[in-house]
Design a protein around this ligand. Structure first.
Ligand code: ZN
Length: 498
């Protein structure tokens, strides 16, 4: 296979020459590392045992019993203690919370909305996350439709924006793509407030008046939004647009959210100490937090439960792998990767020993393989794993797509090899952040297969004599971000300095 030579060397040929010196180096931790034949056999055996022994029981309990779990709420606290107990029940000794503070906890309260003229009718509307409550009595005003978020355009419309409710035409405003336009949206809140807008309304794009497209409108810092922002159902939005074609339209909305000020939140961590190289570590992560209109089952109950199942399988092995494994259930992914960013800060001193991060946050779809986040060297190194261990799980695909949409992102920015589980996300996208993201949407066969891929890959990365790939330096990471057109988005978000 083209390009696979180095990788095959690493997995199959090099160990014959390397394992002995490595073993000698590892003395006196006597017989610490397994031979290649041993760990290869273990990986194959794991493929069968994870598939046979994994279960959707934890996932079902998380979705149906624990329920929605927005970062910083009591519901998230409950979920994090549920997860602690689940890890402890596996017999893992080092299970703990790692806490940090966010500027504001936020919980959605009641909302109501209607069009006052030229007709009177209720509207399907919800607050977006971390939005302030509206003033008592709500926000009322004539609507102005905006389809260009550039500051120049907004200033040109200053007179029409004053004392109005801005209805954003997201289809046109985002025509140049999400990553390019999102910084403009974030920057527009302050400007709209200064121009005297009473509120901002964003439209959903999915039929049946189902909110969810914009629940996650965020500033990446859990700060309270500058003005009331709401999301409106697709059909109601289209109705308002048709009415507006014929004359002025006045709407109102009111919602009351709970804002709690600085709040402690926690990642849930379970660690298995490596036998030969315990100072080197691999993260197997998925976020535990969710949005609140549903139970966050595909996003990301599935990922969190896969991490629990992987921990179960690896904790049950007779030998701990060569390197340490850290199973992490992140908090704060939805409001802006807060948990993984905090983890990076809290572990800055030992990041050089982080060999890889594996992330699961695309739901339990038909398996495809792994996304290697734009790294050719990582792709080459992964080919032997894909072809020897993942092919028969329909998961030997390797995608070069670069994403910054989940908790592998902050690791990627530090040059750490990052693998994001790649699955068919068609079903996931249908329910993403929507009230319909519930347990009945999860196919147990896909869940078990995806869990197997995650577990076997994590185990192999923990056992291979050499780290899967080196860390990239800042310039090389910058190059990947530029090529994938993520650089400006990350700079605007405050996540990247070239
Ligand atoms: Zn997610």
């Amino acid at each position: 296979m083209n390009g696979s030579r180095n990788s095959v060397n690493q997995l199959a040929i090099a160990p014959r020459f390397l394992i002995l010196p490595l073993l000698l180096l590892c003395l006196p931790s006597r017989a610490a590392a397994q031979s290649e034949a041993d760990w290869s056999r273990t990986a194959k055996a794991l493929t069968g045992s994870v598939f046979a022994n994994s279960s959707t029981d934890n996932l079902r309990e998380l979705c149906d019993q624990v329920g929605p779990r927005v970062t910083g709420t009591e519901a998230y606290e409950k979920a994090s203690h549920w997860a602690l107990e689940r890890f402890r029940a596996l017999g893992i000794k080092d299970v703990h919370l790692e806490s940090f503070s966010i500027p504001n906890g936020w919980a959605r309260g009641w909302a109501q909305s209607q069009v006052y003229s030229p007709i009177q009718r209720r509207l399907h509307m919800e607050s977006v996350s971390w939005a302030p409550s509206t003033p008592r009595g709500g926000v009322t005003g004539e609507i102005i439709v905006v389809d260009d978020l550039s500051p120049k355009e907004l200033r040109a419309k200053a007179e029409q924006i004053k004392d109005r409710v801005v209805l954003l035409d997201t289809e046109h405003a985002f025509a140049e793509g999400f990553n390019k336009t999102y910084p403009l949206l974030n920057a527009s809140y302050g400007l709209l407030k200064n121009l005297g807008a009473r509120g901002l309304v964003l439209n959903d794009s999915v039929p049946n008046q189902v909110p969810g497209d914009w629940l996650d409108v965020d500033n990446g810092k859990a700060e309270i939004q500058r003005l009331p922002i709401a999301e409106i159902g697709m059909e109601d939005y289209k109705l308002l647009r048709r009415l507006r074609e014929q004359g002025p339209v006045t709407i109102g909305f009111e919602y009351q959210n709970q804002i709690s000020g600085p709040t402690q939140v926690s990642n849930v961590v379970a660690q298995i100490q490596g036998k030969a190289n315990p100072e080197e570590w691999i993260v197997i992560g998925g976020h535990l937090d969710s949005w609140d209109l549903a139970t966050g089952c595909q996003d990301n109950g599935t990922g969190a439960s896969m991490v629990l199942e992987a921990a179960k399988a690896i904790a049950a092995l007779p030998f701990a792998p060569r390197r340490s494994l850290r199973f992490v259930l992140w908090t704060g992914e939805e409001p802006g990767l807060l948990g993984s960013k905090a983890y990076i800060k809290q572990h800055a001193q030992e990041l050089s020993k982080c060999v890889a991060v594996l992330n699961s946050d695309n739901g339990a779809g038909h398996p495809k393989g792994w996304k290697v986040e734009g790294r050719k060297d990582l792709k080459q190194a992964l080919v032997p794993i894909a072809s020897h261990y993942l092919k028969d799980l329909s998961a030997d695909g390797i995608s070069m797509e670069v994403t910054f949409d989940s908790d592998h992102g902050p690791f990627l920015l530090h040059g750490i090899p990052a693998l994001d589980l790649w699955v068919d996300d068609e079903e996931y996208e249908k329910v993403h952040h929507k009230p319909s993201d519930t347990f009945d949407k999860v196919d147990p066969i896909f869940f078990k297969t995806d869990t197997t891929i995650l577990t076997v890959t994590a185990y192999l990365l923990a056992e291979m004599p050499q780290p899967i790939a080196p860390h990239l330096n800042h310039a090389a990471v910058g190059e990947i971000l530029r090529k994938s057109e993520l650089e400006q988005y990350l700079i605007a978000h405050g996540d990247w300095t070239p």
